[in-house]
Design a protein around this ligand. Structure first.
Ligand SMILES: Cc1ncc(COP(=O)(O)O)c(C=O)c1O
Length: 495
């Protein structure tokens, strides 16, 4: 039975106790009368002692699992640790209490935040090889939509929007890629990967042949964690066919500071500031998906734009009715600030080192899992890799493995994505995990393998130690029970 804070309240209990008026009258110790609230009868708040309030919320937090508890190897979601000092900087009143209209109406009184935004846009441009950035989009998918609108507008400018109305995506792409292309009214062409998990260049040539392609969307390293080795040839072919190349920067974590999408031939990029520069993202956390473009395409990026002249920062909407804004105000400032702290604290050398550590950690796990789990693509991976449940004994599936991991005190990897791998387990340890944490994860995986061989029932009934046990996943997704009162109604009906 779940107890809410309201269940724990009882009339007359109190979290604070101030001396009574009578006891303090004339002593100056009481609460000044003008600060006392009058009749509180209308307030529906529980009467709970302070110690019980603290216990209640600590108990709730223990039911959760996050980066602060342990390793969180959620591939593609890049559950990066948020350094605590960055949290305090992002919460400084000078940042978090500036009203977004203040910057628009009085740039002179908002120089600090405008400077952060201006610097962040130019840092992103230099890290990715683009010439300008908008910080507006609030997530990766939102960035894709914004970037593809820029591609569409570029085609319209040439009068080619009807002729060039297709976008190519590989079969390993994140689901948001085809969805964003469709949302921008492009037709999506999916091309198959080759036997190494990379773009099949022959399939690409075939898709480009009719001349109706506006562009390609690629992430590199791709969602299998593999570097597209023929990337220059791929972007060259798309350009030759009159298309543009869109870089899904959600995997920038795998090569940030080492090479740049702009140098690989990409024209428009988005960067998932969450994931790449702290702000863990799994489970739908807050995001920011700034979009950058090369010269000639900058004019299609949404405003407001931040400028700097003679040491003064200014802010203005671009002229004309295009492209306008894609979100209210200036973007998701809290995430942008954390990302700004992250890149400023590390510097270019630090970013390179962090990328190398992320790649090393992933390759260590991949190598050590040999014999425990099949990893279908054997090449050296970047920041993540994908294993499979193929060959697990006694019908133990990815679902069972992931749930058993929860019992054994670690979070599971991303599962059943990408679709090109049977029963995929997509593992991304990130750069902050130590050797002993990685070894801890390995011993959990090895134990599950041994259980699958000798005691499969234990794996198949997992999880048994979590607050919620194994669910009917279809019902949980289709008819989620999200409030305590709904849960109680359900319990009552069940008797
Ligand atoms: C490769 C890839 N592309 C796009 C996205 C979409 O980003 P968002 O979830 O911020 O919309 C993700 C999300 O993690 C991703 O991994």
């Amino acid at each position: 039975m779940i107890e809410t804070i309201f269940d724990k309240g009882k009339a007359g209990r109190n979290a604070t106790s101030f001396p009574s008026d009578a006891a303090t009258s004339g002593t100056g110790l009481g609460i000044p009368a003008e600060l006392l609230r009058g009749d509180q009868d209308g307030l529906d708040i529980p009467d709970v002692p302070e110690v019980e309030i603290v216990r209640h919320y600590v108990e709730l937090s223990r039911k959760n699992y996050g980066i602060d508890n342990g390793i969180y190897p959620l591939g593609s979601c890049t559950m990066k640790y948020n350094p605590k000092v960055h949290e305090s900087i992002a919460s400084m009143p000078g940042f978090c209490q500036v009203h977004p209209l203040q910057a628009l109406q009085s740039a002179a009184s908002s120089q600090g935040i405008l400077r952060v935004l201006h610097e962040m846009a130019s840092i992103l441009a230099s890290l990715t090889g683009m010439s300008a950035f908008t910080l507006q989009p609030a997530a990766g998918a939102h960035g894709e939509f914004t970037g593809l609108l820029a591609v569409k507008r570029a085609m319209m400018q040439k009068g080619l929007e009807k002729e060039k109305n297709k976008i190519i995506v590989p079969d390993t792409s994140h689901g948001t890629n085809p969805a964003s292309a469709a949302a921008c009214n492009f037709e999506v062409i999916e091309i198959e990967s080759d036997e190494y998990g990379l773009v099949d260049v022959e399939a690409l040539k075939k898709a480009l042949a009719p001349g109706d392609v506006a562009g390609i969307m690629l992430t590199n390293p791709n969602t299998l964690g593999l570097f597209e080795e023929r990337i220059l040839e791929i972007t060259g072919l798309v350009h030759e066919a009159g298309g543009l190349c869109y870089y899904d920067g959600a995997n920038l974590n795998g090569l940030c500071g080492l090479c740049r999408p702009g140098d690989m031939g990409f024209d428009v990029v988005h960067v998932n500031l969450h994931k790449t520069f702290a702000t863990p993202h799994g489970g739908g956390g807050p995001g920011a998906g700034p979009v950058g473009a090369k010269e000639g395409l900058e004019e299609f990026l949404p405003g407001p734009r931040i400028s700097m002249e003679h040491g003064e920062y200014g802010i203005a909407m671009p002229e004309g009715d295009w492209p306008g804004s894609i979100k209210a105000f200036h973007g998701n400032i809290g995430v942008i600030l954390r990302a700004y702290c992250y890149v400023k604290a590390l510097g270019v050398e630090g970013l390179r080192k962090s990328t190398r550590c992320a790649v090393l950690n992933a390759n260590y796990l991949k190598a050590q899992l040999k014999g425990t789990m099949r990893v279908p693509y054997e090449k050296r991976c970047y920041h993540e890799f994908v294993g499979s449940d193929e060959g697990f004994p006694n019908g133990v599936t990815t679902d069972d493995i992931a749930k058993r991991m929860l019992d054994l005190g670690v979070h599971s990897p991303t599962i059943y994505f990408p679709l090109v791998v049977h029963g995929a387990l997509m593992i991304e340890p990130t750069e902050t995990e130590s050797r002993s944490r990685l070894d801890g994860l390995l011993s959990v995986m090895k134990r599950i393998r041994a259980e699958a061989e000798n005691d499969p029932a234990t794996v198949k009934k997992a999880p048994v130690t979590t607050p919620v046990k194994r669910l009917d996943q279809v019902r949980a997704a289709r008819s989620p029970v999200l409030t305590v009162s709904a849960l109680r109604d359900m319990d009552e009906k069940r008797g």
